[in-house]
Write a protein that binds this ligand. Structure first.
Ligand SMILES: [Zn+2]
Ligand SMILES: [Zn+2]
Length: 480
């Protein structure tokens, strides 16, 4: 913290000097006797020896970590995750999709290199891409319940994640059972596969590998506290939420002494207190208790809003009450409209019961850095027209393997329409004719030893793997 502020101050001073002074040398004051220790302390750190002075309600342990490039903004791609760190990014933050807010999704990145996706609402994929994540890195998706605002982007991730290099690892979808099989996650995935029949067959002219196989991890929604994921030192458990229909669940992730809870949707409940108790970052959905005004803004008749909330959701007062029982290091709310008229009111309602650290998990892009020492929340900068990341591969065996496509145009398209394609020689300018690839160029899998591949290709596609390997080693050292 200190280092951070100090360097911030130092760079501000340097900026002042270099921008306001010409020539620089003439402005250096004569060397004088130093001020007293006490004067320096009073002037620079508010009287606190080498520390931060108390300020407002910014609590102990809520402060930017020294490696952050900016205390205000997170620019994806500029800060590799630290070995001991958990980084949470809100990729979709609203139940109602709107241009400024995708439907709900939260990404949790762990220092061990794992990326876990909690819910995957409509539109959130755009934020993952803008946030610098290759779609073939997102292999573990935890769905809290089967309302479409929590899984709407799954077909897209599956199809384009496979196309974009998702060849060597299955997509894993974790989700609750329903009271009867037709309402469970297995059935949802089966239905999605049926809906995507044309698409997957069409995309089978590309490399596929394991891409179309989805591993569904459906758990019994009644098995409160049951473990749904236990890998690389990370553990995820689930419990039931009261959200009008059986099958809604909350998740708790524990890793390296850090804990994250995403409640999904639901009414405040005793089970939430039991399973989320003492968690570092407690994220709950929240609707502000402002029925008639927000109804007007959101285009929902007030009686419909009232009934929806009282059967399904947590109001601001409820979120604050829950936090006062759970006592997290940080309370966050999401799945909420991020509108100025609501935000002040939301804070006031939360504060009725909860006096501890609180932040909005909205709008899209909000990023939370979590370590055992401190937590910090920033706006994430998600460009509208991003440079998407290339597919990421594990190069442990020294090879890039591109599986042979399962099908070809000839097998899935009658010749007629292909024969009517315009001869490319007619539209490419004279003297310019690229090497076209109308047929997949190799028989069988393409296996490229890394030394035979262009360096920039290997560098770019191995970024996540190299960071993961380095972080896991560092983590092992730290935990020895
Ligand atoms: Zn929802
Ligand atoms: Zn819901």
């Amino acid at each position: 913290m200190n280092r951070f502020l100090t360097s911030l101050r130092a760079s501000a001073l340097v900026f002042l000097f270099t921008s306001l002074t010409t020539p620089l040398a003439a402005q250096i004051p004569d060397k004088q006797d130093p001020s007293s220790k006490e004067d320096i302390q009073n002037a620079l750190t508010g009287g606190v020896p080498l520390g931060r002075w108390k300020e407002g309600l910014l609590f102990e342990g809520i402060s930017p970590q020294p490696w952050l490039k900016s205390a205000a903004n997170y620019f994806p791609g500029t800060e590799p995750i630290q070995p001991e760190e958990m980084r949470i990014t809100f990729m979709g933050t609203s139940p109602m999709v709107r241009p400024g807010q995708a439907a709900t999704s939260i990404l949790v990145e762990l220092g061990n290199g794992d990326k876990l996706v909690f819910d995957l609402g409509e539109g959130s994929i755009a934020n993952y891409i803008a946030g610098g994540h290759a779609l073939n890195e997102l292999k573990h998706v935890f769905i809290t319940h089967l309302h479409v605002d929590h899984y709407g982007a799954l077909p897209y991730l599956w199809a384009f994640g496979t196309w974009g290099g998702g060849w060597h690892e299955n997509l894993n979808v974790y989700g609750p059972s329903g009271r009867t099989p037709e309402y469970g996650t297995e059935k949802l995935v089966e239905g999605m596969k049926m809906m995507m029949g044309w698409h997957t067959d069409a995309f089978s002219v590309f490399p596929v590998g394991k891409g179309w196989d989805i591993k569904v991890h459906e758990f019994d929604f009644r098995d409160n506290g049951g473990v749904v994921y236990d890998r690389n030192g990370a553990k995820v458990i689930h419990w039931q939420r009261s959200h009008a229909k059986d099958g809604a669940s909350g998740y708790r992730l524990d890793w390296n002494g850090l804990c994250f809870v995403w409640t999904g949707d639901g009414r405040p409940n005793k089970l939430d207190i039991e399973y989320a108790k003492g968690c570092d970052v407690y994220v709950t959905e929240m609707q502000v208790e402002l029925m008639s005004i927000s109804s007007g803004v959101q285009g929902v008749p007030p009686f419909l809003g009232r009934y929806t909330i009282d059967t399904h959701h947590t109001v601001g007062y409820g979120a604050g009450y829950m936090a006062s029982k759970i006592e997290p290091r940080l309370l966050m709310t999401t799945h909420q409209a991020f509108d100025p008229y609501q935000n002040e009111e939301a804070t006031a309602q939360i504060r009725h019961h909860w006096k501890g650290p609180y932040h909005f998990g909205a709008p899209d892009g909000v990023t939370v850095n979590v370590t055992r020492e401190s937590i910090w929340v920033r706006d994430g900068i998600l460009p509208d027209f991003p440079n998407a990341r290339s597919p990421q591969f594990d190069f442990s065996n020294g090879q890039l393997v591109v599986p042979h496509p399962p099908t070809s145009r000839k097998e899935i398209q009658e010749p007629f329409v292909r024969e009517n394609e315009i001869d490319p020689a007619l539209y490419y300018p004279e003297g310019y004719m690229p090497e076209l690839l109308p047929e997949w160029p190799v028989e069988g899998d393409l296996v490229v030893p890394l030394e035979a591949a262009p360096d920039d290709l290997v560098d770019g596609m191995g970024e996540s793997w190299r960071l993961r390997e380095a972080n896991r080693k560092a983590l092992e050292e730290q935990n020895k």
